[in-house]
Design a protein. Structure first.
Length: 708
């Protein structure tokens, strides 16, 4: 701001200073025709200089070239030929700021062609008064090539706003000293790393200062004007270059390798980001400038196994496929994977209107860019609606059902027992009955590791859902469960399969988004227990394995996905803090940025999750899918238990629900009293009403003298 005094008084009025326009900005603002004219003038001067130097170097005489007398024709012909060739090859349509290797090759071709033409002219036109040595075209070619390329390289750096750093022997942005620029080191000095350097130098947010590369032969060398450091030189890198951030430019590295690099970087105060792969760049989904936080799946240390396309397509290709819970995190990813296997029709069965709209819009947008004639059918309904389930499966002649509809949040289901039982157990039962009646060929249940020796309602309901399908699959003509006795047995033509796995990264309720949000707000990160561990898998990988496991089922199979080694949640939280460029606050480091608070296990939560009830497990044709052989209950016995369970839910008899779970679910070990928030409040209200009634009926003896 500047201030202006008006009149007699020193009345101060702020006004903006006029912005100073630099010479570079003026050049950039010129019309295209004027820019081309300046290029032609500059090239003409360089051609004359190259021609004169050619004579001087050949004859060692400053006056050898008679530009204004005998050799005047040559100084006219040379620029005419060269400029014409340049224009013909499109060099004057090239934007100087973005001159690349292809443009430099075209310059070399243009100079070569013009030098050859000039040599031909010299041979044809002979002036006895002004001799031109035959080596002049060759010397001219070398000098002209040097001048033309040098001019364009220098102007490219100038128009990009870069200056030359003599100490670092590299071109740097003119605004490199601005405090707002983040100084970054790039891990990976390959093609992706060099491409990233070019993109960053065009930007205004980050300033590349160095490369880090595993190849020790490159250590100490300079690539793209940046020094290369080895993995063991990170402390020296911070000291010499003051790097604040590390960008991982290694899109082809395996997840195991990326985890090793991340572990190497965690002791230092780097904010770590990664760049997308070349396939994402080529497809246009992202740009090289798009940097993202390190994928937390890189920390799991397990490379995904490539899916078997035959298994993926066996129950999907050219068939009618239905996904219940299609709008959930797992259901939505199943729909995406199914669409790639080219079904004839994909039915999205979902009770949440917004989730259904979201996944339908996403899938239809994807189909717009493909020629696949896949029909997307959105159905807004609940798995509690038996008639609707049967109508959809029978009318559309569904071949395969993926049953992902369930309530999965442990604490939420723990305090809403009735809803959990109805949705997870009876919703699965109704879906299976509809599939049996409609003659569906394949029915795949998405289960969970929490069904193994559960301590909570959610895990118990999912194990009961497994028992329902196991029982139905072992009956040739199971009589469907119904509150009415007028139900006929239905021939079993459905192959029931269950797929059990652990936590998926990025699903609703996952700890990863929660931890990121807590880090952004300054912490602390809340962890339930210091020793709690969980199995993790990415959503796409889980969905692919579910589809493949469902294709291998023979009826009543329980498939378990190989989740790798369990991950300690506390260690996961620490790594996320460190990879955000922050430090962990603890008793040993009280000045750290983000603390970790242990809040205690939630209702029904276990320290360790398991995937197998017993030890009887056999391999399958897929490396990451195992078949668990577990005991089941026969359908007639289970049908009676389901009727008893339905009655207990209807009558709010939660002690009976617990008794049934203890009888039917192996290893069920509840860690708290079974309550339901709604019915708990109803019971409390009833008690208050009854107390009020008793108070009104009680004789009014208080305050009456004993003599009365």
């Amino acid at each position: 701001m500047d201030y202006i005094a008006t009149g007699h008084k020193s009345t101060m009025r702020p006004t903006k200073l006029a912005k100073t326009v630099t010479f570079r900005e003026r050049l950039l603002g010129l019309p295209r025709s004027q820019k081309r004219l300046l290029q032609i003038i500059a090239d003409t001067c360089l051609i004359w200089l190259a021609l004169w130097l050619a004579f001087f170097l050949r004859l060692d005489n400053v006056y050898a070239a008679q530009a204004f007398s005998g050799h005047a024709w040559l100084f006219i012909v040379a620029p005419v030929l060269t400029i014409s060739v340049f224009a013909k090859l499109g060099l004057y349509r090239t934007v100087m700021r973005y001159v690349g290797y292809q443009a430099l090759i075209m310059i070399a071709v243009a100079v070569t062609v013009s030098a050859v033409l000039l040599g031909i002219v010299i041979l044809v036109y002979r002036d006895p008064t002004a001799i031109v040595p035959r080596s002049i075209p060759i010397i001219y070619w070398l000098l002209c090539l040097f001048f033309m390329i040098s001019l364009r390289m220098v102007m490219r750096q100038y128009f990009r706003g870069m200056s030359f750093d003599l100490q670092g022997a590299s071109f740097l942005p003119a605004s490199q000293h601005d405090s707002g620029k983040v100084r970054v080191a790039i891990y990976g000095a390959g093609d992706a790393g060099n491409q990233l350097v070019m993109a960053l130098r065009l930007g205004t947010e980050r300033h590349p200062v160095a490369f880090i590369d595993d190849n020790l032969d490159l250590s100490g060398r300079v690539i793209a004007g940046l020094p290369v450091y080895g993995p063991n030189d990170l402390a020296r890198l911070i000291k010499e270059k003051s790097a604040q951030e590390v960008l991982l430019a290694i899109p082809s590295a395996t997840r195991t390798r990326r985890m090793a690099i991340v572990n190497l970087l965690t002791p230092y105060s780097f904010n770590v980001r990664t760049v997308p792969g070349f396939m994402d760049l080529a497809s246009g989904r992202v740009k090289v400038q798009d940097l993202r936080e390190v994928d937390i799946s890189d920390l799991l240390g397990r490379d995904p196994v490539q899916p078997d396309s035959h298994l993926l397509e066996r129950c999907i290709r050219n068939q009618v496929v239905m996904v219940t819970g299609a709008g959930g995190s797992i259901g939505a990813e199943l729909c995406r994977q199914i669409l790639h296997s080219k079904p004839r029709t994909l039915i999205l069965f979902e009770q949440c209107e917004f989730n259904l709209y979201s996944i339908q819009s996403e899938l239809e947008s994807f189909l717009q860019y493909t020629d696949e004639p896949v029909q997307i059918v959105p159905v807004l309904s609940s798995v509690r609606n038996q008639e609707r389930l049967f109508d959809v499966m029978s009318i559309w002649k569904v071949d395969t059902v993926y049953h992902a509809a369930a309530y999965k949040h442990v604490p939420m289901v723990e305090r809403n027992v009735a809803e959990g039982v109805i949705n997870n157990i009876f919703g699965t039962l109704y879906s299976a009955q509809a599939a049996l009646k409609a003659g569906v060929a394949n029915f795949v249940l998405i289960s969970t590791d929490k069904a193994v020796r559960p301590t909570n309602i959610m895990g118990s309901t999912k194990r009961m859902a497994e028992l329902v399908l196991q029982a139905l699959s072992h009956e040739e003509a199971p009589c469907p469960y119904s509150e009415s006795d007028e139900v006929e047995a239905v021939a079993n033509r459905t192959r029931f399969t269950m797929v059990r796995f652990g936590n998926v990264l990025g699903s609703s309720g996952s700890v990863i988004p929660l931890f990121r949000k807590q880090i952004q707000t300054g912490g602390p990160i809340t962890v339930t227990h210091p020793d709690i561990t969980r199995y993790f898998m990415t959503i796409p990988e889980a969905a692919q394995l579910v589809i493949q496991a469902g294709s291998m089922g023979e009826g009543g199979d329980v498939f378990v996905l190989d989740m790798g080694q369990p991950v300690k949640i506390t260690e996961l939280a620490k790594k996320m803090i460190l990879l955000s460029g922050l430090s962990v606050r603890s008793a040993q480091a009280p000045d750290g940025d983000i603390g970790i608070a242990f809040v205690g296990l939630r209702p029904g939560e276990k320290l360790y999750e398991e995937l197998l009830i017993g030890s009887n497990v056999t391999p399958t044709e897929h490396l990451m899918i195992l078949r668990a052989n577990e005991k089941h209950i026969n359908w007639e016995q289970l049908k009676l238990a389901l009727a008893d369970l339905a009655s207990a839910v209807k009558n709010d008899d939660y002690s009976r629900i617990r008794e049934l779970f203890l009888e039917l679910v192996d290893g069920y070990n509840p860690d708290a009293e079974m309550v339901d928030w709604i019915h708990l409040q109803q019971a409390a209200a009833k008690i208050l009403v009854n107390n009020a009634k008793h108070a009104m009926q009680r004789p009014q003896t208080e305050g009456i003298p004993a003599e009365a």
